[in-house]
Write a protein that binds this ligand. Structure first.
Ligand code: ZN
Length: 314
């Protein structure tokens, strides 16, 4: 029997939903691929688009031996790090804000799950009023570029003007290494999918919705941006691409990834942000941190220890 039909038929799905579980069978995998949290009066769904395998060759500041040791320490048995790709759906009052849009069809079979996860949750893309791109990389914007077009037809796009300027620059594209040139075309296509429904923001704190504001986290890209959600005394920082390979970069935060536009600045931003999250005991979310995708940091030697957010019962 189809698991989804079974759950719906017995009313278990709605019962579990009331408990905060998002039971999302995805294809034959039958995996729970989303988690729901209350942050004050707001609701945050962490939506999994799948994962991307990352090897030590993409990283700088870590040897293959150190990489293997840290994966082993994290009980990861593959030779590459399975880095999650998450999007976040934030519901505040009658506002529905989607933070990033997954990879779409551009990155192969381990990714591209976001549309089926949203559909299993009953979220119609046409009901999203705002899409925020934390930055204009393919794993965050690919879901708006498909042969069928951008599914977020009623959404206004919010994105840093610094990233728009960078990724639409023909001059910078011409100077970029060949393997990065297509990323500029993709960014232009994603922006084009929103037509004139684009409202850029600068590096200063900008309100996206009541209690949801931007936090500039430059380095990974020039306009890389996190989102601070504050509601009824609860706080969550969605820190986007603050880490890409958590099993490595939490222990060794100076390790940088080849996709960083400015690796030094990305390092500084990572350490500054993670120090703040640890000191202020904030809840943090990450685009590349495995479900539940939200949790807490404590400083631990030269690095940090991650404690996943506890499941919210009732
Ligand atoms: Zn990313």
């Amino acid at each position: 029997m189809d698991r989804r039909v079974f759950l719906a038929g017995t009313g278990i799905a709605s019962g579990l939903a009331a408990l905060g579980w998002s039971v999302v069978p995805v294809g034959a995998e039958g995996l729970v691929a989303a988690r729901r949290y209350r942050v004050g009066a707001a609701t945050v769904h962490v939506l999994s688009d799948g994962f991307i395998p990352i090897g030590p060759d993409l990283l700088s500041g870590v040897t293959p031996e150190e990489f293997a040791t840290l994966l082993d320490k994290a009980h990861i048995t593959s030779e590459t790090h399975p880095s999650a790709v998450n999007a976040f759906l934030v519901e505040i009052g009658d506002r529905r804000i989607l933070i990033d849009a997954g990879t779409g069809e551009i990155f192969g079979p381990t990714l591209g799950k976001l549309p089926s996860v949203m559909s299993a949750l009953g979220v119609d893309p046409t009901t999203i009023d705002t899409v925020v791109f934390t930055h204009l990389h393919g794993d965050h914007i690919g879901g708006t570029v498909s042969p069928a077009g951008n599914p977020y037809v009623n959404a206004t796009l919010r994105v840093a003007s610094a990233d728009i300027d960078f990724w639409t620059s023909e001059e910078i594209q011409a100077q970029a290494p060949d393997e990065f040139k297509a990323a500029f075309d993709l960014a232009r296509a994603a922006l084009g999918g929103f037509g004139d429904r684009i409202e850029p923001f600068g590096s200063e704190e900008t309100t996206i919705a009541p209690g949801l504001t931007t936090v500039a986290l430059p380095g990974h890209t020039v306009g890389h941006t996190g989102l601070m959600l504050e509601s009824d005394g609860d706080v969550l920082l969605i820190a986007a691409d603050i880490v890409h390979v958590p099993a490595v970069q939490l222990a060794m935060p100076a390790v940088a990834i080849g996709f960083d536009t400015d690796q030094d600045m990305a390092r500084q931003t990572r350490i500054k942000t993670m120090d703040m999250v640890a000191a202020d005991r904030l809840m943090m979310g990450g685009s590349h941190i495995a479900l539940p995708g939200l949790g807490y940091l404590e400083t631990d030697g030269d690095g940090y220890r991650w404690t996943p957010a506890r499941h919210q019962y009732g």
